[in-house]
Design a protein around this ligand. Structure first.
Ligand code: PEP
Ligand code: MN
Length: 337
């Protein structure tokens, strides 16, 4: 249910409504708006109509059922776009955000050089995997905590925030010590215990789309994070499994426009994992931006042929420079449209 407060409702009245929601066994999530505040009350669906009784409380304008199954992610509860601030970078605001870096952190020289170069070429956030969820148990699994330390170093030297994937609920606190944004990868997009755990963390979360997930299931996974109190979720379309084998996955660009209808959360696109080939990354990045993405996540490696993972889809510095130049031109055109 969403409890809409009157524009003139006082802080005290808001507090009383929150207390009553808790008393009834539901979890209140306050969304502070420009003109009025609303409270999303979530919990057991079966008895939710008991919340209708809040309508008589002072300061309450209306109590409305949220019809979508993803309550806190839906626009029913929050119409304005969510803007997530990381340092002085805003994700979901008017500027396109570019996240770039290698699939995996390999050594200090690789990550620091990549950080410095992608920043000079226009990236805003550094990426790099320390824990790699690989299809094969014999493939490189990441440097673990050593990788986190290197990421932090690269982030400090380049003065860029950093994102890395977390694959285990037990690692969440450790990963939070080193990075600014957590990533949930496609293979863990329905790992509900992990989702709940990152929902308790105080870092924004990039939630990649599960490779066989519908948009509705994806938003339900986001809901797991939001319902634990972490409202800073960024959705990342990274391609889905289809019958097509010419590309690693099939980039579902229509997901961007559907999500913009359904949710207030920022939406970014990863054309690297979506296509699997470096040569397809630029055109699909442009297409994603044209379709309304709030940001891009691009794999970049100083020497893709030697990369420990995802070399074929990684851009070298030259190709990344060309991409950011074209993206810049496109965003200028879009702003004039
Ligand atoms: C990654 O970002 O390196 C990654 C493993 O992505 P995905 O989960 O989308 O495959
Ligand atoms: Mn990768």
């Amino acid at each position: 249910m969403v409890i809409v407060m009157k524009p003139e409702a006082t802080e005290e009245q808001l507090r009383q409504v929150i207390a009553k929601i808790e008393e009834l066994g539901y979890k209140p999530h306050v969304i502070y708006g420009a003109t009025r505040n609303v409270i999303g009350a979530v919990g057991d669906e079966r008895g939710k109509f008991i919340l209708q009784s809040l309508e008589v409380l002072d300061g309450v304008e209306a109590v409305i059922p949220i019809l979508k199954p993803y309550k806190l992610a839906s626009k029913e509860v929050k119409k304005e776009k969510t803007i997530i601030n990381v340092g002085d970078i805003s994700i979901g605001g008017s500027d396109l955000i570019i996240i770039a870096g290698p699939c995996a952190v390999e050594n200090q020289e690789q990550i620091v050089k990549t950080a410095m170069t992608v920043k000079s070429l226009g990236a805003h956030i550094l990426r790099g995997g320390a824990y790699k969820p690989r299809t094969s148990p014999y493939a490189f699994q990441g440097l673990g905590e050593e990788g986190l330390k290197l990421l932090k170093k690269a982030s400090e030297i380049s003065k860029m925030p950093v994102v890395t994937e977390v694959i285990n609920p037990e690692h969440v606190d450790l990963v939070c010590e080193y990075v600014d944004i957590l990533q949930i990868g496609t293979r863990n997009a329905q790992n509900f215990e992990l989702l709940k755990r990152v929902g308790q963390a105080d870092k924004p979360v990039i939630l990649k789309r599960g490779m066989s997930m519908t948009i509705k299931e994806w938003l339900m996974s986001a809901e797991y994070i939001l319902s634990e109190g972490n409202m800073n979720v960024i959705l990342c379309e990274r391609g889905i499994r289809t019958f097509e084998t010419s590309t690693r996955n099939t980039l579902d660009l229509s997901a961007i426009v559907v999500l913009k209808e359904e949710t207030h959360l920022p939406v970014i696109v990863d054309p690297s994992h979506a296509t699997g080939y470096a040569k397809y990354v630029l055109p699909m990045a442009l297409a994603a931006v044209a379709a309304g993405a709030d940001g891009l996540m691009i794999e970049v490696h100083p020497n893709p042929e030697k990369a420990f993972s995802d070399g074929p889809q990684s851009l070298n510095f030259d190709a990344f420079g060309k991409l950011t130049e074209k993206i810049k031109k496109l965003t200028e055109i879009i702003k004039e449209c």
